[in-house]
Design a protein around this ligand. Sequence first.
Ligand code: AMP
Length: 118
Amino acid sequence: MSYDKNNIFAKILRGEIPCKKVFENDYVLAFHDINPQKKVHVLVIPKGEYKDLDDFNIKASEKEIVELNKAVTHVADLMGAKDRGYRALTNIGSDGGQEVPHLHFHIFGGEKVGKMVS
Ligand code: AMP
């Protein structure tokens, strides 16, 4: 399946719908999840059109890969979650439970995150 340009995060990136921005640079955007599961629940997404982590790892440039990884750490730090620990998670595809088909890392923290898989 190819990238769906009408997914909700693509619309956020185009400024068609709002988000509560936490961080942005040339490569990534980070914003609060609309339905937070923990005290800290932020999404970090690449600006490029990648539907999931596999698509990203196959097609993205080295620079994009480095910048997305660095942004996860930076955003966790900005949210005050880095020192106490946090969970960075990305869902891939149907069995992975991915709902929005644009790569995103969830950052959960600010409290004990709990069981890894339910
Ligand atoms: P996933 O199941 O990994 O694809 O996660 C998608 C996440 O996107 C969920 O945690 C949703 O709450 C979140 N989400 C959906 N729409 C929005 C939106 N407009 N702004 C922020 N987060 C959103």
